[in-house]
Ligand binder design. Structure first.
Ligand SMILES: [Zn+2]
Length: 437
């Protein structure tokens, strides 16, 4: 399928903050899964049309914003099945008393239903790629492939679960191999749930598969002092010595880090996936994003799972990333709107090891694109500065079209492959059944 998105306001995310070409009116031509034209030149557009012949879908994007889809760099998408299951408790109590007991009852089928729900929500809200971590990750891989979204799946392990993990990993890899939109990483759950032995095994497996690492780091205040009392050094220092960061690494949260730890993470090119709403809801604190970035760390954005957020709306986490840093540093220039957009797109691509391929609109890049309406009341009066509108006013329901890998998955705000109502009803029924087990 070839697609021509005509006359939209194109925001390629390839430009710097001060560029006059941050956005412009143009048409975007897609052939197969790639962007092959970004132009306002009539002759170029005509010759693109001619080269496509009959096989061309034309989307009129006049007055709409055409931008790269969001990249959600930390979630547990299947936890959408547990949305609202346990609220208003801090992380350790939430995990040990509420989430882990019910997660122990989940089957791969439940994980599939939860993933299907979360992926539908992400696609409708303009997220085109996600980095996931869970158990029965092969079921998430199946749901991702059936939905058409791009996904990096990371089966997780912790003490006592390494064999289950190896089985899940083998199945996940087999499924990922069947589809160009899916890939995998390996996920040691967190420093506080993995002994040195477990970590060593994980690092060995990651090296054997040449896989990236995705893990939770310094989420809550007590984690690091407790770890230091056992090991004599912080998780960042200790894991760096063990060689964890020699692989491509994404560390979720990074709320409580010292400057020394930030230097190590920068030197090792570790991405921090920032999850502001989850960190607030679980009373974990506020990551110092401005400081992390000034140390040279790539900071991307994630929603975390829907049981601690309680939705997978990247617009909300992007907006909060900017607002929180201003409040935290008392500096209105902290994380300006365009920087927040970059974190949710270009920063996410870097986190996934796909820099230059996704998160941008450019000839040769993969066609992961969203089209955003500006006709809802909260956009008016229409401004020249669409960056402000996107970051500070926009809602996920403004997303009109979502294209992944050149395939239209959402059109006019509706999923094309499935019915939203059906997915929702299935999830409601399934949660009741899980609770009655
Ligand atoms: Zn998490």
């Amino acid at each position: 399928m070839n697609i021509l998105i005509e006359n939209g306001i194109v925001l390629p995310m390839t430009e710097s903050e001060n560029s006059a070409r941050k956005y412009f009116i143009a048409s975007v031509g897609i052939k197969g899964n790639k962007i092959i034209l970004v132009s306002s030149n009539k002759d170029e557009i005509s010759s693109f049309k001619e080269s496509c012949g009959e096989d061309l879908e034309i989307i009129d994007a006049k007055g709409k914003i055409v931008m790269p889809g969001f990249i959600n760099t930390h979630t547990h998408v299947a936890m959408s099945i547990l949305r609202g299951y346990s609220d208003d408790v801090e992380l350790m109590e939430w995990l040990t008393k509420h989430i882990w007991p019910i997660e122990g009852k989940l089957t791969p089928d439940d994980v599939y239903v939860g993933a299907e729900l979360g992926i539908a929500e992400m696609l409708l809200g303009g997220t085109t790629s996600f980095l996931d971590m869970y158990h029965f990750e092969h079921a998430v891989a199946k749901a991702a492939i059936n939905s058409g979204i791009r996904a990096v799946l990371s089966p997780f392990f912790l003490d006592g679960r390494i064999e289950l993990f190896e089985d899940d990993l083998a199945r996940t890899i087999d499924i990922c191999k069947t589809n160009s939109r899916t890939d995998y990483m390996i996920a040691p759950h967190a420093p506080y749930t993995c002994s040195d032995d477990t970590m060593e095994k994980g690092i060995e497996i990651a090296k054997r598969y040449n896989s990236g690492i995705h893990f939770h780091l310094a989420e809550t205040r007590n984690e690091t002092p407790e770890y230091i009392s056992r090991k004599g050094e912080s998780p960042t220092v200790h894991l760096c010595k063990m060689g964890l960061f020699d692989q491509h690494t994404v560390a979720a949260h990074g709320v409580h880090l010292t400057e020394e730890e930030m230097d190590i993470l920068a030197e090792k090119h570790v991405t921090i996936a920032h999850n502001p709403r989850s960190n607030m809801k679980l009373a974990s604190g506020f990551a110092e994003v401005s400081k992390l970035m000034s140390h040279g760390i790539n900071v991307s954005i994630g929603t975390d799972g829907a049981a601690s957020n309680n939705n997978l709306d990247m617009w909300e986490d992007m907006r909060l990333t900017s607002l929180l840093q201003k409040g935290l540093t008392l500096d209105p220039l902290a994380v300006p709107a365009y920087t927040a957009l970059k974190m949710a797109t270009v920063g996410g691509a870097k986190a996934l090891g796909m820099e230059g391929k996704i998160g941008i609109i450019k000839e040769g890049a993969l066609a992961d694109i969203i089209i955003v309406n500006q006709n809802n009341i909260h956009h008016f009066p229409l401004q020249k500065n669409i960056i402000s509108s996107l970051v500070y006013s926009c809602k996920s329901t403004d997303v009109n079209t979502t294209i992944v890998d050149g395939e239209i998955l959402v059109q006019d705000g509706k999923l094309l492959k499935t019915e939203t109502k059906e997915i929702g009803a299935k999830a409601t029924e399934r949660l009741l059944e899980i609770c009655n087990r």
